[in-house]
Design a protein around this ligand. Structure first.
Ligand SMILES: [Zn+2]
Length: 332
């Protein structure tokens, strides 16, 4: 079955790899797998246990080796040692649990739009993965670093966040705690939200509620946010800052609608971060905590972005988006 071809994606994704400033772009791929239509009309109601289990099995059938194009993309990003990772039985069981924990809407979209979910070995610690879209078929490949399967969310987040900062003699350091779930769950929530976003035209809609008043184009914010210290970090092309500036940056972030510094990268990353953290909070009872510590290891400042007023306000929009029958009504 053919699905409507989408334009070549311009969405950037998680910065990864040895070439730190090189962001992986979604790649055009030629995927020819036909996928059965799954009606989304019941997205507003919780799936029955039977239909959830069937959906998970449908997606597990697509967990397999990475595409050649995905492998090439990793290699082009400087990761020459990349190789396919075959999941063990316990890793497959873990994947099943993660897929079952996704929002129903997300799982339904993946059932229609996911081509392959693959893992690779040989990605350095800071690399994550990529989501590739076929311009021809509109289907997606999600390819993830296999070591994510055993990584804590705090380790993942702290490694990522430290790209923003550099040693400055202040003795200060930044750590990020991700509570409630693991790195795999968070990363899959984030990556699959990119698939939902593209498939259901969420951020690209003219008056998308979830980004209205925040973004004026995929990479441009409204002026009052663009001038924030939180909008000038590494994730927006800025130079690394001394750890001594961390408190200024996170105090600024607290005044914005962004749940993380990474969310400032683009409207697509903003949505992926917002949805992922809303689900970590709601589905897993989790939390996100950023701490600045001094040379003695004492915490000197602490932020909980899920409680920022501008973020809380948007969580209601996320809930509506994930439960409304309108969200993906045009998906075929
Ligand atoms: Zn992303």
């Amino acid at each position: 079955m053919l699905v409507t071809p989408l334009k070549i994606s311009k969405v950037k994704d998680v910065p990864t790899g040895l070439k730190r400033r090189r962001w992986m772009r979604l790649r055009v791929m030629s995927a020819t797998l036909g996928i059965a239509l799954v009606p989304l009309a019941y997205a507003a109601q919780r799936d029955s246990p039977q239909s959830e289990a069937a959906g998970v099995q449908e997606l597990m059938a697509r967990v397999g080796p990475p595409s050649d194009v995905a492998l090439d993309d990793f290699k082009k990003a400087g990761m020459e040692e990349i190789r396919p990772h075959t999941l063990t039985a316990s890793e497959r069981a873990k994947m099943e649990a993660v897929l079952a924990s996704l929002p129903d809407l997300t799982r339904h979209v993946l059932e229609k739009k996911l081509h392959t979910l693959a893992f690779v070995d040989g990605v350095p610690g800071e690399g994550t993965g990529l989501t590739s879209e076929s311009a021809k078929t509109g289907l997606y490949d999600i390819t993830l670093r296999a070591s994510l399967l055993d990584e804590s969310l705090s380790t993942f987040l702290t490694t990522k966040e430290r790209r923003v900062f550099t040693a400055d003699g202040s003795g200060l350091t930044v750590a990020v705690k991700g509570i409630g779930t693991d790195a795999l769950t968070y990363v899959l929530l984030h990556e699959s939200t990119h698939v939902v976003d593209r498939s259901c035209s969420i951020t690209s809609a003219p008056h998308s509620r979830v980004i209205q008043g925040i973004w004026t184009s995929p990479h441009s914010m409204v002026p009052q946010l663009a001038s924030s210290a939180a909008a000038a970090t590494y994730f927006r092309g800025g130079r690394p800052l001394g750890f001594g500036q961390a408190a200024t940056v996170y105090d600024a972030l607290a005044q914005t609608p962004f749940v993380s510094l990474y969310a400032t990268a683009s409207e697509q990353e903003d949505l992926a971060e917002l949805v992922a953290w809303r689900e970590v909070m709601k589905q897993h009872g989790g939390n996100l905590i950023i701490e600045v510590s001094n040379a003695r290891g004492e915490t000197v400042r602490r932020w909980e972005p899920l409680t920022f007023p501008g973020v809380q306000k948007r969580f209601a929009d996320v809930d509506d988006m994930l439960t409304s029958q309108e969200t993906c009504s045009g998906l075929s």
